[in-house]
Design a protein around this ligand. Structure first.
Ligand code: HDD
Length: 709
């Protein structure tokens, strides 16, 4: 910032704004060749000097009269609002929902009536346990909250990337959340379930066992928001024009398929780029690669609910897709980032109670409790019952209520009528209820004693946990065992470790044994007391594995190409061409960020410096080195880590030129396998791109078994 002397006072000229002129009508400053608005106070008063507070003399005290200074500091002091009590860290985007199949037979919801119609949406993804500034790749559930601005009001599907939940009754939610968040005395660990309190609560709440299997699977460390599923979790109702009800469960299926990282990668990503998932979504949308999901519904009636092995009102259970197939009815596309994170992503207020005519709740006790909690929490967070007027929360259809006043009122009823019924008549009388168009609750008959009870039909806590486990591939089973081992190794109280294993015995004996051995449990506990014996007749479900539902192509993923000076220009061009054809993102990494000079003398710009771009940031990597460059890389610690990590994480590795010394120094020269592809000719780049379509080179995982992957 340059400083110029002016009558004994110092006036600084900010950021190269050498010439500041008042424009026509006093509305713009002419700055460095362009028109920008005049800086004003919140009251619209033009500001002459934003660098210096008002003082008596150059070195004198600042005076109270400085209204601009006071307003600026006052506003700054109040910038923060309470972060969400859960799901504090999140990232959102705008887009649209397109109806691809009419559901008029089962619901009168306006959004499902006309094929091809688009409805605006805002989606916020989140982690659950960590604070707003925590890391993206915590082992955690991901929130998947969708606000659909329909023509008959806002409909929020506030779901997760896991179709079941930890608890069955909302009254347990504060206990569950307290246990997973940082301990109240020491205020750590942050964004991690690997601690005594969490496993203590979980092991005393067997209803959580199914969810625990999901959270210990790679679902809890997704590669990107773009590669994960979303679920409405609860059973909801659809109601059609005739008033007939059909039960429904909602599923969001990512078009690119499912993909996760491995744990060792997650740990390193958190250090290298704590904003990994945010950056991924931003980059994808800004580069026009709009993420897309299908909306699928599982529809079933009372007869199915009665004969299903579990209670459809129990949020710790799924209905396997094999039993009730998914009907695809629409697609969700995210195509625009918010203009401002705080105004939109932070202030968006999802409420499970926001449903539209044609959709209704069920008596799931978790859902019933949520319907109170979300509205309540928005008042705390946003400070006024008028949060619904914020542009991100306001309906995009006409709305008219007699609610009025309160903090930050932006729109009150016009005229004299602010109540009804009234006798003012016509427009003067304001809006009126409509028995035809209005929301009507499904008239379900309910009877029973008023008691604090858990239904008998909610009592089986292990059968679906087992079903989830046996539906995984061997590699995924190993990851689950590794994850539980990791978490229990951070638990300091041996009795809690043992209690967890006692539950695993009810899920799968082999899993329990693996974990018990890995944590060196001195004595195998007895299986935990179970209200119901574990059913072994539930069949594997294909939909539950990530690996079985992985991407078919490398599309939407990222190749990191490490290059050195003298890199073969043709080899690089071939590689890029083949990956761009796959609709992949390609990033050049060089020892210095400026770039390198290629074999033909052209200059190759780098996006990343090697030190700042470890291979964990990429789905696959390639190393293209000249004779000299290869030798230099072999002595570069970050280059060795780059290769060794990519290999340990079972990534596909392409190489060209003098890479052998680097492989030797990285300790993998004797172990090169089918996942390491030499790029000799133009065809090899295509073969490499095709091979990368597989998530990882899984056969290599054998080498990295037992906790190291
Ligand atoms: Fe919740 C936020 C999802 C159970 C109380 N929840 C929140 C968000 C998601 C979920 C995605 C973040 C919304 C956003 O991005 O702003 N929650 C779930 C799912 C649940 C669930 C899928 C079980 C099926 N939640 C649940 C219960 C309660 C809450 C049982 C309380 C009784 N959840 C809240 C909350 C939050 C919230 C305190 C915090 C911030 C917010 O609502 O807006 O009200």
């Amino acid at each position: 910032m340059a400083k110029t002397k002016n009558n004994g006072d110092y006036t600084s000229v900010a950021y190269g704004q050498e010439k500041i002129l008042r424009g026509e009508g006093g509305e713009t400053h002419q700055v460095a060749g362009g028109d920008v608005p005049v800086l004003t106070t919140q009251q619209g008063i033009p500001v002459a000097d934003d660098q210096n507070s008002l003082k008596i003399g150059a070195r004198g005290p600042t005076i109270l009269e400085d209204f601009h200074f006071r307003e600026k500091i006052f506003h700054f002091d109040h910038e923060r609002i309470p972060e969400r009590v859960v799901h504090a860290r999140g990232y959102g985007a705008h887009g649209f929902f397109e109806t691809t199949a009419s559901l008029a037979d089962v619901t009168k919801a306006d959004i499902f009536q006309r094929v091809g119609e688009k409805t605006p949406v805002f989606v916020r993804f989140s982690t659950v346990a960590g604070a707003k500034g925590s890391v993206d790749l915590a082992r955690d559930v991901r929130g998947f909250a969708v606000k659909l601005y329909t023509k008959e009001g806002n409909w929020d599907i506030v779901g997760n990337n896991i179709p079941v939940f930890f608890i069955q009754d909302a009254i347990k939610f504060p206990d569950f959340v307290h246990s997973v968040k940082e301990a109240p005395d020491r205020a750590f660990p942050q964004a991690a379930s690997a601690h005594d309190n969490f496993w203590d609560f979980i092991s005393l709440s067997p209803e959580s066992m199914h969810m625990v299997m999901w959270v210990m699977s790679d679902r809890a460390i997704p590669r990107s928001f773009r590669f994960m599923e979303g679920f409405g979790v609860h059973t909801f109702r659809f109601v059609n024009a005739e008033g007939k009800s059909t039960f429904v469960k909602f599923h969001w299926k990512p078009k690119l398929g499912l993909q996760s990282v491995v744990w060792n990668e997650a740990v390193k990503i958190n250090g290298a780029d704590a904003d990994f998932h945010r950056r991924d979504l931003w980059d994808a949308i800004e580069s026009g690669n709009f993420p897309e999901w299908e909306l699928g519904v599982q529809l079933f009636d009372d007869a199915f609910a009665d004969k299903f092995a579990f209670d459809v009102l129990d949020a710790t259970k799924i209905i396997p897709e094999e039993e009730v197939p998914i009907r695809v009815v629409g697609r969700l596309v995210l195509d625009r980032m918010p203009d401002n994170f705080f105004a939109e992503t932070e202030q968006v207020a999802f409420c499970t109670q926001n449903i539209v005519p044609g959709v209704d709740f069920t008596n799931d006790p978790l859902l019933q409790g949520r319907n109170f909690s979300y509205l309540d929490t928005q008042l705390k967070r946003l400070g006024s019952p008028n949060f619904t007027f914020l542009p991100i929360n306001a309906p995009k259809c006409p709305f008219a209520t007699f609610q009025q006043d309160g903090h930050m009122t932006m729109r009150n009823p016009r005229g004299r009528a602010n109540y009804e019924p009234n006798s003012w008549g016509g427009e003067k009388g304001g809006p009126r209820e409509s028995p035809e168009k209005g929301f009507k609750t499904f008239p379900e008959e309910v009877a029973g004693e008023m008691r604090r009870l858990r239904a008998e039909s909610f009592a089986d806590h292990y059968s679906q946990a087992r079903q989830f486990y046996i539906s995984q591939t061997e590699i995924e089973k190993q990851h689950i065992a590794d994850a539980i081992t990791f978490e229990l190794s951070k638990v300091e109280t041996p009795a809690i470790r043992s209690r967890v294993v006692s539950h695993l015995l009810n899920i799968d004996g082999e899993l329990a044994k693996k974990v018990a051995t890995a944590i060196r449990l001195k004595e195998m506990p007895k299986p935990a007391d179970a209200a119901r014996p574990t059913r072994t007749d539930l069949k594997e479900s294909l939909a539950l594995s990530i690996v079985k539902n992985g991407p078919k192509r490398f599309e939407g993923r990222k190749l990191g190409i490490l290059v050195t000076d003298g890199v073969d220009a043709n080899a690089l061009a071939d590689l890029k061409k083949n990956f761009v054809a796959e609709k992949a993102l390609v990033e050049i990494i060089a020892p210095e960020v400026g770039g390198v000079s290629a074999s033909d003398g052209t200059w190759i710009e780098a996006k990343q410096r090697l030190d700042g771009a470890p291979s964990v940031l990429y789905d696959a990597v390639a190393i293209l080195a000249s004779p000299d460059g290869g030798t230099q890389l072999a002595h570069h610690p970050s280059a060795r880590d780059f290769v060794a990590d990519a290999f340990a994480h079972q990534k596909f590795i392409g190489w060209h030129g003098n890479v052998a010394p680097l492989f030797t120094k990285a300790g993998i020269a004797d172990e090169l396998d089918g996942g390491v592809v030499q790029l000799k000719g133009p065809d090899d780049a295509r073969v490499f791109a095709e091979r990368c379509a597989g998530l990882r080179f899984w056969p290599r995982a054998e080498k990295f078994k037992a906790g190291s992957s």
